[in-house]
Design a binder for this molecule. Structure first.
Ligand code: F0G
Length: 456
């Protein structure tokens, strides 16, 4: 088999700062050992997120120059609407400035206190928007989705029996809609099969409950279906995406992922009354329904990006980068979540640093060591981000201690990945020198963003 090459060449370059070990030690100290507090310029390779960090194509930049900035009914809006409709087949299209804005409108319009929203796994902002209106966000992920080394092909699937039980328990009246997140970010970017989407829809339909897809990474999910699910190998990614959305009554989307844009999102639905209610919220929060918090040029960039994300060569390359890094880490016996998902590689911090107890945050130890060693910024997904405090005020560890290395789209080349492998290997070889950490300062909410650490 031939080498899978980046299906693009580089027309504009963005310099990255190459810093010294000493410089990075000082920078991390100044950031109170929390990589969220670093200056981005001090990160040579930034894997904090794949959201809004991608590179746009010449076609997108050219389309941006065609942006129509009219307040109402712009040409760019029409292009955006037509593209989203062609992929999703859904009737009403509302642009938003990003994914969580779509979630907020959905939550404020449809959820009452005590309502229950089942999902395979809610992303943080989805959960927060549901809980903000006093709803209950339930994760009904299949059991294998939590097993870090189970190689099942669709670990993002919802457990259909759990869904049935959830509806029996709470009743149809308490469930204004169900959701499914493709791919399942919280569970490591794991895909959901078409069969599972179909089954979820069938169960919900029996109770007349609508289905909303959280579609952030719909194109990566379509590629997984094409390569792993029987019957899809000869279909185009566009056809697969269309089939995925054909089972939905609506969707929320962050175009900062598979829209291949730096900002943007949408909320879509088939129901006319919902659309009316969403529009009222949209005007209040985002803007007039034909721009919804975006400039005309953003709408143009997204319209092109959504279609480019469904190009097979692009997805083959994208998935090859994830595979490349994960296979080489595995060859070096570096523990990762398997199989890797679509947008990131997750290091298993519990296995990487077995001597450090969860409440000394092994994930932070690895994140900080990788930064100091090579200027690579990853993020902890473990007891700092997800740890809870029990009734007695005692901190409880999270079930998993992971480090996410998320890949911006079309940004890093193979030599950047080779460099990541070298740095992670060096850190792994010297892992017994990595300290645990304690928190010296933390805010009340979302502590991982701003808390301060010191080594212990
Ligand atoms: N849903 C999922 C599955 C997501 O991964 C995200 C964002 C959102 C919704 C919210 O979209 O950021 O445009 O408001 N995930 C980013 C991440 C932030 O780093 O995984 P947004």
């Amino acid at each position: 088999m031939k080498t899978i090459i980046e299906p693009f060449r580089i027309k504009a370059t963005e310099p990255i700062n190459l810093t010294t070990l000493e410089y990075r030690k000082k920078a991390l100290e100044k950031a109170h050992n929390n990589v969220f507090l670093l200056d981005a310029e001090d990160c040579s390779i930034d894997l904090l997120t794949d959201s809004g960090t991608g590179a746009m194509s010449t076609r997108q930049w050219a389309a941006m120059m065609m942006g129509d900035e009219s307040y109402a009914g712009s040409r760019s809006w029409k292009r955006f609407e037509k593209t989203v409709k062609s992929i999703t087949g859904i009737k009403h299209i509302l642009p938003t400035h990003q994914g969580r804005a779509a979630e907020a409108i959905l939550a404020h319009t449809l959820i009452k206190r005590g309502d229950v929203i089942p999902n395979n796994s809610h992303f943080d902002t989805t959960r927060a928007n549901i809980e903000y209106v006093r709803g209950i966000a339930l994760n009904l992920l299949c059991d294998e989705g939590l097993e870090t080394e189970n190689k099942a092909p669709f670990k993002g699937n919802m457990d259909i029996e759990k869904l049935e039980r959830c509806i029996q328990k709470y009743g149809r009246e308490k469930i204004p809609f169900g959701m499914i997140t493709v791919t399942n970010n919280t569970g490591g970017g794991q895909p959901v099969s078409m069969e599972n989407i179909r089954q979820v829809k069938a169960v919900l339909s029996r109770y007349d409950i609508p289905l909303i897809i959280d579609a952030c990474r719909f194109a990566e999910n379509a590629y997984f279906i094409r390569s792993r699910e029987p019957g899809y190998a000869d279909k185009s990614l566009m056809e697969i995406a269309q089939e995925m959305f054909s089972h939905a009554d609506g969707a929320t989307m962050s175009c900062k992922k598979d829209g291949l844009a730096n900002i943007g999102g949408f909320l879509i639905c088939n129901d006319d009354q919902w659309a009316e209610d969403f529009k009222n919220q949209l005007i209040l929060r985002e803007g007039f329904p034909t721009y919804g918090g975006l400039a005309g040029r953003d709408l143009e960039a997204i319209a092109v990006g959504l279609v480019e994300a469904l190009e097979l060569d692009y997805q083959v390359y994208r998935h090859a980068t994830v595979k490349y890094l994960s296979e080489r880490l595995l060859e070096r016996h570096i523990p990762i979540v398997q199989p890797p998902g679509g947008h990131a590689v997750f290091l298993n911090a519990k296995k990487f640093l077995p001597g450090i107890p969860p409440l000394q945050y092994p994930g932070i130890g690895i994140v900080n060591a990788i930064y100091v060693e090579g200027g690579i910024r990853g993020v902890e997904l473990g007891s700092v981000m997800f740890g809870k405090v029990d009734d007695k005020g005692i901190e409880q560890a999270s079930p998993l201690e992971l480090v996410r290395l998320a890949f911006p789209r079309r940004v890093y080349t193979q030599s950047h990945f080779d460099y990541m492998i070298e740095i992670i290997e060096q850190v792994f070889v010297r892992r017994d020198k990595i300290p645990g950490y304690r928190i010296t300062h933390q805010p009340r909410f979302l502590r991982h963003f701003t808390c301060h650490f010191e080594s212990c």
